[in-house]
Design a protein around this ligand. Structure first.
Ligand code: B12
Ligand code: SF4
Length: 740
C-alpha cells in the first residue's frame, strides 16, 4: 500500500495544529489504509531557525551580501524595502528561546507581562528571519505580507522560481538539512500538501517544487480551501495548473473520499479519475472533470485522531484541537458570504452530525485535549443545546468554543447551560448594527435582539467575540458610526473583536447581483489572475472610508493581532478567556497599567534607538503599517521596540529611557531624574510602560530572571546617571508616538 507523508506548509498559526490532514488521514485509516506521516512544516521550520544548525546558517546569510531590490524580472521599490528594514534588529536567539519557553509554560503563559515579552521576542525574531527573504514579509510573526507581485495573486509571480525561492529562503536550511532528507529517506509514494490559507500558497508552491526536484517519481497532491479558491477564482482555467505545475493532482472541495479514491487508484497502479473533486495535471491527458462537486456524508467521518501532530512543539501551554461536526451553514443567505468549499451558494450545503456522534467524538477528544474548538461555518442552536445537556449529564470535562449565529433562541437559562457544559467563548458575526445594512446583508437579525443575546451570553460568563465590518456597499458615514457606537456603548458585553473592512469576493451574492447593491465596474485587481477579491466603484462608502477607519481605531487598542492573544478565536484568546472569564479584557488592561507595587519593581528598556530615517522612507513606513503621519517637529528620536514597531520620540525621551538601560526600579530612576516632581514622573513612567518602551524585569532569582539577564538590550550610548530632565518634555502619548 502507498506510503504517504502529509504536510502543513508555512506560514500559518504556530499555536496549534490545523485539523484537515488529521481528518483525511483518520478517514483513510477507517477504510483500512495505513496511517500517513503528518509533518507540520510550519512549526518545525520555525524551531529549526534558532537551533544551532539554523543559527549557523543564519549567521552566514546575514554576513553575506544582500540584493534586496532585483528579483529576476521584478524590481522592488527602494523606499518600500528600507521602510521594512526599519523594523529589523539583530538576531536574538536567546530571547526567542525564552519566548518559546514562556508560551509553553502553564504558569508563565498567564502572566500577561511575560506573555507580551514572549510575543514581542518571537515577532522580532521573525522580522530578522525575513531579511533572508523579503524584509518585512512576516507580519505579526506568522502572517505573510508578500511583496506586491505575489500578494496580488499574479500567475506570473506565483510561477517565478526566483520570487518563490526568495520568499521561502528563511526556511532553506530546514528544507535542505531536515525536511528533504527525511522525505527522501522515508521512501514515500505520495506527498500530500494542505493549503488552507492564501498565505500558505507561495510557500507550498516552492515546497512542491523542491519535492518534485528531489523525488521526481513521487505523486504530489494538494488540497484545502486555498486550492479550491485558486480553482474558483482563476481568470482562465489553464491558469490553475500553471500555478500548480509541480503538483500531480489537486482536490477541490472536501477531501475524505477523494483522498481514499486517490490512495486506492495509485495502489492499483491507475490514475484517480472517477472522483469529481480530483483534478489531474494536464500532463496526464485531457480528462474532463465531473461537473458537480461531491460533499461528504458526515455519518461516515470517524472521530479525528490528532495524536500524529507534534503537540510538544506548538507555542501554547495546552492542547487545542479543531473539530468540524457540521459543514455549510443552515442559514446560507448572507449576501457578502463566500465560504471556502462552496459552489453556487454562500456556503457548502448544510450538513450536521447527530448529537450522539458529537458526544462520541468529544468524549474521545477530551481525553486528548482540554480545549475543543468547533471549526465550522456555524452550529445550529438546538443541536448545541442538546449537546450541552448531554455533556453536563455525562460529566464530560472539556472547554469548548464555537461560532454561532445571534439567534433570539439564546435565553439566559440556555446560556447558563452552555456555560456549565464548558463553553468558554463564542464568536459571532454581528456584521453591522444598522438595520438597513443588516437587511441588505440578509442577516436576519436586529440590533436590539443582538444586544439581548450577547448580554445573555456575557451574563452567563461566556466570552463574546464580535466580528463585523464597515464599508458594505452604500453604507453611509452615519450607518458605519452605528456599528462603531454599538460596540463602544456595549463595551461590557464583548471581549475581543471589532470591525474589519468589507472585502468583495467573486462568489458572494453582492458580486453576482451588483445592481442590487449599487456597485459598478467590478474588476480584478490589475495583474490579480487568481486574486480572491474584486474591486468596484461605489461613491457613497468610498467618500467616508478614511474617516471611518480613523473612528474604528478606538475599538481595538493595545492588544495583539492573529495568531496571538486578543484576536478572535485564537487558542491563546480561549486560554485567557478560560482563566480570566468575561473580564479578560479588563484584566489585560490592569496588568498593563502601572500599579503602586511597581514602584520597587525593576524595569528595563524594551528596544533600541536607531538612526533617524529619511522622510521618504518614513512616509512609506506609515503607509505600509497603517500609521497616520502627523506633522512632527524636526529632530525626533527613532526608537525600535523589540517587536520592530517604530516610535518617534521627543529628544528628551532618550534621557528617560537611558535610566532603564540596566534594570532599575522606578523609585531609583525617579531619584536619578531629580528635577521632576513625582506626579510628573508617574505620568512619564505610565507612558513608557503603556507603549512598552520599558518592560517589567523579572525577579533575578527566578528562572525567568535568569533568562532575562541574558537578553538585555543596551542602547546606543552608555547608561545615564543623575539625569535632569525638564518637565514638559514627555507629557502625552500623542507627543511621544508618531509611528507605532
Ligand atoms: C472555522 C474557520 C476558521 C476558524 C478555525 C480555523 C483554523 N483552524 O484556523 C478561525 C475562526 C480561527 C478562522 C480564522 C481565520 N480564517 Co477561517 N475558516 C473557517 C471555516 C469556516 C471552516 C474551516 C474548517 O474547519 N473546515 C473543516 C475542515 C475539515 O475542512 P478543510 O480544512 O477545508 O479540509 C478539507 C478539504 O479542504 C480537504 N483538504 C484539505 N487539505 C487537504 C490536503 C490534501 C492532500 C487533500 C487530499 C485534501 C485536503 O479535505 C479536508 C476534509 O474534507 C472556513 C470556511 C470553510 N467552510 O471552509 C474559513 C476559511 C478557511 N477561513 C478563512 C480566513 C481568511 C480566515 C482568517 C484569515 C480570517 C481573518 N481575517 O482573521 C483567519 C486566519 C486563521 C489562521 N489560522 O491564521 C478563509 C481562507 C481563505 C483563503 N484561501 O485564504 C476561509 C476559506 C473562509 C473564506 N473566507 O472563504 N477560520
Ligand atoms: S455569514 Fe455566517 S450566517 Fe451568513 S451565510 Fe455565511 S456562514 Fe451563514
Amino acid at each position: 500500500m502507498a506510503k504517504v507523508a502529509l504536510l502543513y506548509p508555512p506560514i500559518t498559526d504556530p499555536t496549534s495544529g490545523y485539523h484537515s490532514l488529521s481528518y483525511i488521514d483518520s478517514y483513510a485509516r477507517a477504510q483500512g489504509h495505513p496511517a500517513a506521516d503528518l509533518i507540520d512544516v510550519n512549526i518545525e521550520a520555525f524551531h529549526h531557525s534558532y537551533s544551532p544548525a539554523g543559527l549557523a546558517w543564519l549567521d552566514q546569510e546575514l554576513a553575506g551580501p544582500h540584493e534586496y531590490l532585483d528579483h529576476g524580472g521584478y524590481r522592488l521599490d527602494k523606499d518600500l524595502v528600507s521602510a521594512h528594514l526599519l523594523r529589523i534588529g539583530e538576531p536574538d536567539p536567546e530571547r526567542v528561546r525564552a519566548a518559546v519557553a514562556t508560551l509553553q509554560d502553564p504558569v508563565r503563559f498567564y502572566d500577561y507581562n511575560q506573555y507580551q515579552d514572549a510575543v514581542e521576542g518571537i515577532v522580532g525574531w521573525m522580522n530578522t528571519l525575513s531579511t533572508t527573504g523579503f524584509p518585512g514579509q512576516f507580519r505579526e510573526g506568522f502572517h505573510l505580507e508578500a511583496p506586491p507581485p505575489i500578494g496580488i495573486g499574479s500567475v506570473r509571480a506565483l510561477t517565478s522560481h526566483t520570487l518563490l525561492e526568495r520568499l521561502s529562503r528563511p526556511y532553506q536550511s530546514y528544507y535542505e538539512n531536515v525536511l528533504l532528507p527525511r522525505l527522501t529517506r522515508g521512501g514515500y509514494d505520495i506527498i500530500g500538501i494542505n493549503i488552507t490559507y492564501q498565505w500558505q500558497l507561495p510557500f507550498s508552491l516552492w515546497l512542491a517544487h523542491l519535492v518534485r526536484t528531489a523525488m521526481p517519481d513521487v505523486f504530489v497532491v494538494a488540497g484545502g480551501t486555498e486550492v479550491s479558491d485558486v480553482w474558483k477564482n482563476a481568470a482562465e482555467r489553464d491558469m490553475v495548473f500553471r500555478v500548480f505545475n509541480d503538483i500531480d493532482a489537486i482536490v477541490v472541495g472536501e477531501g475524505e473520499t477523494a483522498y481514499v479514491e486517490l490512495l486506492e487508484a495509485l495502489d492499483a497502479g491507475r490514475l484517480p479519475v472517477t472522483h469529481p473533486n480530483i483534478r489531474l495535471h494536464p500532463k496526464y491527458g485531457a480528462i474532463r472533470p465531473l461537473p458537480m462537486l461531491h460533499y461528504e456524508k458526515l455519518a461516515t467521518v470517524p472521530t479525528p485522531d490528532f495524536s500524529r501532530l507534534p503537540w510538544d512543539q506548538y507555542l501554547s501551554p495546552e492542547r487545542f484541537v479543531y473539530y468540524s461536526p457540521s459543514r455549510g451553514c443552515y442559514w446560507n443567505k448572507c449576501t457578502f458570504c463566500d465560504y471556502g468549499l462552496n459552489t453556487d451558494g454562500p456556503t457548502s450545503p448544510w450538513r450536521q452530525d447527530t448529537v450522539d456522534t458529537m458526544i462520541r467524538d468529544v468524549t474521545e477528544l477530551s481525553k486528548f485535549a482540554k480545549f475543543i474548538y468547533f471549526s465550522v461555518d456555524v452550529l445550529a442552536p438546538a443541536t448545541i443545546l442538546r449537546f450541552a445537556e448531554q455533556v453536563v449529564d455525562r460529566g464530560i470535562d472539556l472547554r469548548w468554543g464555537a461560532e454561532i449565529r445571534l439567534e433570539k433562541y439564546w435565553s439566559a437559562e440556555r446560556c447558563a447551560l452552555l456555560k456549565r457544559s464548558g463553553c468558554t467563548a463564542i464568536s459571532v458575526g454581528f456584521e453591522s448594527a444598522n438595520q438597513r445594512i443588516l437587511d441588505l446583508i440578509d442577516k436576519g437579525t436586529k440590533p436590539a435582539q443582538v444586544k439581548q443575546t450577547i448580554a445573555a451570553m456575557t451574563g452567563a460568563g461566556i466570552g463574546v467575540q464580535m466580528m463585523g465590518f464597515t464599508g458594505f456597499p452604500t453604507e453611509t458615514r452615519e450607518e458605519a458610526l452605528d456599528s462603531i457606537n454599538f460596540l463602544v456603548d456595549n463595551r461590557d458585553l464583548w471581549t475581543f473583536g471589532g470591525l474589519g473592512d468589507f472585502v468583495l469576493t467573486p462568489g458572494a451574492i453582492v458580486a453576482k447581483q451588483p445592481d442590487r447593491f449599487g456597485i459598478s465596474n467590478l474588476r480584478r485587481p490589475t495583474g490579480g489572475d487568481v486574486a480572491p477579491v474584486l474591486l468596484y466603484d461605489e461613491p457613497i462608502t468610498e467618500a467616508v472610508h478614511d474617516e471611518i477607519i480613523e473612528a474604528k481605531k478606538q475599538l481595538n487598542q493595545g492588544h495583539y493581532d492573529r495568531p496571538w492573544l486578543g484576536s478572535v478565536d485564537t487558542p491563546h484568546s480561549f486560554f485567557y478567556h478560560d482563566r480570566f472569564g468575561t473580564g479578560v479584557r479588563r484584566h489585560l488592561d490592569e496588568e498593563s497599567a502601572l500599579k503602586p507595587a511597581d514602584e520597587d519593581r525593576a524595569f528595563v528598556l524594551n528596544g533600541e534607538f536607531i538612526p533617524e530615517p529619511d522622510p521618504a522612507v518614513l512616509g512609506r513606513y506609515c503607509e505600509l503599517y497603517g500609521v497616520p503621519r502627523q506633522a512632527l517637529p524636526a529632530g525626533r528620536l527613532t526608537f525600535r521596540r523589540t517587536d520592530g514597531r517604530i516610535f518617534l520620540l521627543p529628544p528628551a525621551t532618550r534621557l528617560f529611557l537611558k535610566l532603564f538601560a540596566e534594570p532599575s526600579t522606578l523609585a531609583d530612576a525617579r531619584a536619578r531624574a531629580w528635577i521632576l516632581a513625582s506626579s510628573d514622573t508617574g505620568k512619564t513612567w505610565q507612558t513608557l510602560v503603556n507603549l512598552r518602551l520599558i518592560r517589567r524585569d523579572a525577579d533575578p532569582a527566578s528562572e525567568e530572571g535568569r533568562h532575562r539577564r541574558e537578553l538585555r538590550v543596551v542602547p546606543d550610548e552608555g547608561p545615564a546617571a543623575g539625569v535632569g530632565v525638564h518637565r514638559d518634555h514627555l507629557e502625552q502619548d500623542d507627543q511621544v508616538v508618531a509611528a507605532g
